[in-house]
Design a protein around this ligand. Sequence first.
Ligand SMILES: NC(=O)c1ccc[n+]([C@@H]2O[C@H](COP(=O)([O-])OP(=O)(O)OC[C@H]3O[C@@H](n4cnc5c(N)ncnc54)[C@H](OP(=O)(O)O)[C@@H]3O)[C@@H](O)[C@H]2O)c1
Length: 189
Amino acid sequence: MKTQYFTATSLDGFLATEDDSLDWLFPLGDLNDSSYPEFISGVGALAMGSATYEWMLRHADSVAAETGSAWPYTQPAWVFSSRQLPMIEGANIQFVNGDVRNVHAQMQAAAEGKNIWIVGGGDLAGQFYDAGLLDELILQVGSATLGQGKPLFPRRVLSPVLHLTSVRQMGSGMVELRYDVRKDNPDNA
Ligand SMILES: NC(=O)c1ccc[n+]([C@@H]2O[C@H](COP(=O)([O-])OP(=O)(O)OC[C@H]3O[C@@H](n4cnc5c(N)ncnc54)[C@H](OP(=O)(O)O)[C@@H]3O)[C@@H](O)[C@H]2O)c1
């Protein structure tokens, strides 16, 4: 069982524009050409922050048109927020606030031996990293730069913590990079 941060990012390290647009991303490649289909079949629980969840709320119609459901995940999900957010009908979601370690324990129990997906954003993934709970980064790096926006991973992580394990080109618009997060580093005890 691994805790994995799987996400697309711009070449200069942004998940989305400052106003949470992903329009730059979709022309770069098809998620189904990435390792996503295999990846999602190994996921037993997932977590996201409120901005990512609110993107899903705002795009419920297009998500439903593409995937058949406004909430495309069958796995139990945890949404981090200090606010009260509307529930997407039919979704298995727990709204949580605060320390990621307690939530991670709940997710582990629910995942029944499968992997835990940190969907994003970057600081939430960083909170799992800070707690020593992040095992792997799986990044689809798009051939585009945004200049500014929502950061991929706002942490300083120096060598030798990230260990590159695979590189896979998807046409000219994307490359998928996988990194193990080494736990034997004193900065990540
Ligand atoms: N490129 C991709 O594949 C990809 C992947 C994922 C996300 N995205 C996009 O990237 C953007 C990410 O936005 P973001 O960087 O703002 O991150 P986010 O994690 O989606 O949302 C951040 C917010 O979550 C809440 N939060 C985070 N940690 C918390 C904690 N421990 N306890 C309680 N609440 C907590 C806080 O808001 P409140 O307390 O105010 O609710 C915080 O401001 C979104 O637009 C998303 O759609 C893109």
